[in-house]
Design a binder for this molecule. Structure first.
Ligand SMILES: Nc1nc2c(c(=O)[nH]1)N[C@H]1C(S)=C(S)[C@@H](COP(=O)(O)OP(=O)(O)OC[C@H]3O[C@@H](n4cnc5c(=O)[nH]c(N)nc54)[C@H](O)[C@@H]3O)O[C@H]1N2
Ligand SMILES: Nc1nc2c(c(=O)[nH]1)N[C@H]1C(S)=C(S)[C@@H](COP(=O)(O)OP(=O)(O)OC[C@H]3O[C@@H](n4cnc5c(=O)[nH]c(N)nc54)[C@H](O)[C@@H]3O)O[C@H]1N2
Ligand code: SF4
Ligand SMILES: [Mo]
Length: 741
């Protein structure tokens, strides 16, 4: 044995000949891992590694971060601006000047003919924060349309809405370090090991040091559920009922933190009344979790010295998304679990910079969490930008999902899509296709020219990606970090900041408002706007005035708020790990709102014709619509095929075989997928990743949440049809074709 070992050759790691390591931050999910890119003497990128000194990832990266350096010259990158009269005609290559001239003229023409709001702008959670701030200036200050929003409506809108309803302001109050202090963690609709692998690793590290109960609420047996102490396989869309029933137990057994409730919240009496209708005995029939388990989980949570909740799309993507968030906040407020170490309501953010757009893009308001509805905010920003405050609308316009409906009804005639691919990511893509065909004018600004939505564009603007440009992201725990410019821009692509700056010059106000040429100039403006107090005289939570690029890199990320005085006093470069530690909230009274959540069931549910729940989500190897990961060898190799998770017992009944192809049909459309038999899903549910074009979103309904306007991507119903042999062969061939990138 020993002899054998001695004979074995040691593993040799080939020397990649790295000449210098360069600092940057990952551009996929919102974990916010710091990456070092290794360049050789010829300045070519040869490898990457996780930054060992960064608190977030401590040297680790997931598969996407590790391979991210392969994306710069991947297939389909946009090289030159493109233009055409009609979509689907051949594109002609053009100059940047002409592409921007034509775009600006068309925007003005549409606005002149149909009103300012007839041109809409839809952005993303994947630009740099300085780019978001600049786009806000351009859209709110120069173009002047009120129909301006982001794909974050598909993603974090319910979290934003729920935070605002409970705490009076957006902003996740907790941090990853809370794992080190909590005594009970409840995860709602979040599959950390696949979707936020490094947050999962942080959680695991904390659990290895000190065991505490992990409760996972998810209709699937996800990787996180497998690892949980208690798994609650909830009936889709009914988390609010489970939480109301938990609060019923807590209040009736007097387990609540009455001192905290009295000092820091308002609305307890109504919650107390409301939850009487949700006794676990009746709630179990709605949410599918038995009454004893509800009681034991409620007691466990309330009795823990500190308990925390995390959640992601299982909560947000529902018609009860905003209510679900408010109810998670209720649970934490009545148990005194806000603003303490290990006690928090932490939404796990989706896209790398979904936080940055919430903070600074002006999508739903004005920069720095300011409101269009507040005249002081309008005047302050108008003065800062040097324009007339009357230019701003007095309330926010349509959310992203409603913008598409307004194109359908003819109110909106032109659209500018920036870093989002609705032809694959929106619910009911058959409808989206018709909507895009209806537009008089569509601009697509993307890193890739082969992005599906570009088929409908009149002008395509090729953007530079990730470390081809400089600027910041904010991660899930409010940590601001820097993306450095490490490689030259690909071909004739331009950073989004450059594109916005040059578009602005073509509008009247664009020559009045100052548009700094470099990201750091925009960052300095944001710093100034973040100083001071909010409408209620409290210090602004979103204060970044003590930060600079240099300090951010030195600290490897700083959490806001970090004001000038924090910097003077401590110089520690440590921002605030938690919000609301003093129990003061951003409401008029300073108290948090306990928001009563009544449950009504408006989901599309399984029925005789469509007997399966349709659930959708993600896999670890791919990011969203695969524009990036579909072209990176090892990411695509591990997951090249659209597939569906199906329960083996249900498959047996229908005569469906493992790895055969079936047709899924919903009331909207159909799609052919490969079957993966697994006990991960219950007998009456299928799960399909949404990464593939012409796949699950042909089927989804996407009813909208009344508060956040976020689509219920995860609740729909389908039927399954077995394909005959020739159809099987055809489907298999189609999948071989899909793999070739
Ligand atoms: N690898 C990878 N990582 C990513 C992304 C990616 O595309 N790929 N995208 C990033 C983005 S933008 C986002 S938003 C996040 C998403 O991260 P997650 O939300 O963790 O991922 P999903 O797979 O969309 O959904 C999570 C779970 O919600 C469950 N669910 C469905 N319905 C319900 C319900 O009614 N109640 C409850 N409690 N759970 C339910 C599903 O079964 C699923 O397991 O991931 C981020 N990270
Ligand atoms: N069925 C179903 N559908 C879903 C979901 C689900 O769970 N189920 N999840 C939803 C969620 S949470 C989200 S966040 C959305 C995501 O939906 P989308 O945002 O539409 O999907 P992405 O593929 O991320 O599109 C981003 C685009 O930006 C481009 N890009 C990347 N970096 C840059 C840059 O620096 N500049 C520019 N200009 N372009 C850039 C990419 O190439 C890509 O084409 O999908 C939603 N759709
Ligand atoms: S966990 Fe998220 S931020 Fe970290 S390397 Fe993976 S994709 Fe990037
Ligand atoms: Mo997302």
């Amino acid at each position: 044995m020993l002899l054998g070992r001695k004979k074995r050759k040691p593993i040799s790691i080939p020397d990649k000949k790295v000449d210098a390591w360069h600092y940057t931050t990952c551009n996929y999910c919102s974990t916010g891992c710091v990456i070092e890119l290794g360049l050789n003497k010829e300045k070519e990128i040869v490898t990457s590694r996780g930054h060992a000194g960064a608190d977030v990832n401590r040297g680790k990266l997931c598969i996407k971060g590790l391979l991210e350096h392969e994306l710069f010259d991947s297939a389909g990158r946009g090289t030159e601006p493109l233009i055409r009269e009609q979509h689907f005609e051949g594109f002609q290559q053009t100059t940047w000047d002409n592409a921007l001239d034509v775009s600006a003229e068309k925007i003005k023409e549409i606005q002149k003919k149909h009103g300012r709001d007839a041109f809409a702008v839809v952005s993303t959670g994947q630009l740099l924060t300085e780019e978001f701030y600049t786009l806000g200036k351009l859209t709110r200050g120069c173009i002047g349309t009120n129909n301006y929003d982001g794909n974050t409506t598909l993603c974090m809108a319910s979290a934003v809405s729920g935070y605002k309803r409970s705490f009076g302001s957006d902003g996740p109050p907790g941090c990853y370090d809370d794992f080190e202090h909590t005594h009970c963690l409840m995860a709602f609709g979040s599959n950390l090991p696949e979707q936020h692998p490094i947050i999962y690793w942080r959680l695991k590290e904390a659990l290895e040091k000190r065991k505490f109960p992990l409760i996972v609420v998810d209709p699937r047996v996800t990787m996180l559920a497998q690892f949980a102490d208690i798994h609650l396989p909830i009936t889709p869309g009914t988390d609010c009922v489970l939480i109301n029933a938990m609060m019923h137990v807590i209040i009736n057994e007097k387990l609540q933190d009455q001192a905290y409730i009295d000092a820091h919240t308002q609305g307890f009496d109504e919650i107390k009344r409301l939850v009487q209708d949700y006794d676990p005995k009746s709630a179990q029939h709605i949410c599918g979790i038995d009454e004893d388990t509800i009681r034991s989980v409620a007691r466990l949570y309330a009795k823990a010295p500190a308990a925390m909740s995390i959640w992601t799309m299982g909560i947000n993507q529902s018609t009860h998304g905003s209510d679900g968030v408010a109810n998670i906040n209720n649970l934490n407020l009545i148990t005194g679990n806000i603003g303490i170490k290990g006690g928090t309501s932490l939404s796990i953010t989706g896209q790398c910079n979904a936080m940055g757009t919430r903070e600074w893009s002006s999508c739903s308001g004005l920069p720095g969490y300011r409101y269009l509805e507040n005249s002081d905010d309008r005047q302050e920003i108008a003065k800062f930008w040097g324009i007339d405050s009357e230019f701003f609308p007095k309330k926010r316009g349509l959310a992203q999902t409603d913008i598409f409906s307004a194109i359908e009804t003819g109110e909106i005639k032109g659209l500018w899509l920036i870093a989002t691919n609705p032809m694959t990511s929106m619910p009911n893509t058959g409808r989206i296709r018709k909507i895009l065909e209806k537009l008089d004018f569509l601009i697509v600004q993307d890193v890739y020219s082969d992005v599906e939505t570009n088929q409908y564009a009149h002008v395509y603007l090729p953007a530079s990606v990730w470390s081809e440009k400089e600027g910041c992201h904010t991660n899930t725990e409010r940590r601001v970090n820097l993306i450095s410019k490490i490689v030259p821009c690909y071909a004739n692509s331009k950073p989004d900041l450059w594109i916005f700056n040059h578009m602005a010059k073509r509008f009247d106000n664009g020559n009045i408002i100052h548009f700094p040429e470099y990201a750091e100039g925009a960052f300095n403006e944001m710093k100034q706007l973040s100083k001071g107090t909010n409408a209620y005289g409290e210090q602004k939570t979103l204060d970044i005035s003590g930060m600079s690029y240099e300090k951010i890199v030195k600290a490897k990320g700083i959490q806001w708020p970090y004001s000038e005085s924090d910097d003077d006093n401590h110089g520690s470069l440590k921002g605030a790990p938690r919000l609301y530690t003093d129990g003061k909230f951003q409401t008029k009274s300073g108290k948090a709102n306990l928001v009563p959540v009544y449950f009504y069931n408006n989901n599309e549910q399984p029925c005789k014709d469509y007997p399966f729940w349709l659930n959708s989500g993600r896999v670890v190897e791919h990011f969203h619509t695969r524009t990036r990961t579909g072209k990176i060898g090892n990411c695509n190799k591990f997951s090249p095929t659209p597939y569906m998770e199906m329960n083996p017992d249900a498959a047996k009944e229908l005569g469906v075989k493992h790895q055969s192809y079936v047709r899924l049909t919903s009331r909207r459309g159909d799609s052919v997928v490969m079957v993966q038999l697994t006990q991960r899903v219950p007998r009456n549910m299928v799960f399909v990743p949404f990464h593939f074009h012409d796949c699950v979103n042909r089927l989804t309904l996407g009813l909208l949440d009344p508060h956040s306007r976020q689509p219920a991507f995860k609740q729909g119903s389908v039927r399954i049809e077995v394909l005959d042999e020739s159809q099987q062969r055809e489907a298999a061939q189609l999948n071989v074709d899909r793999r070739e990138y």
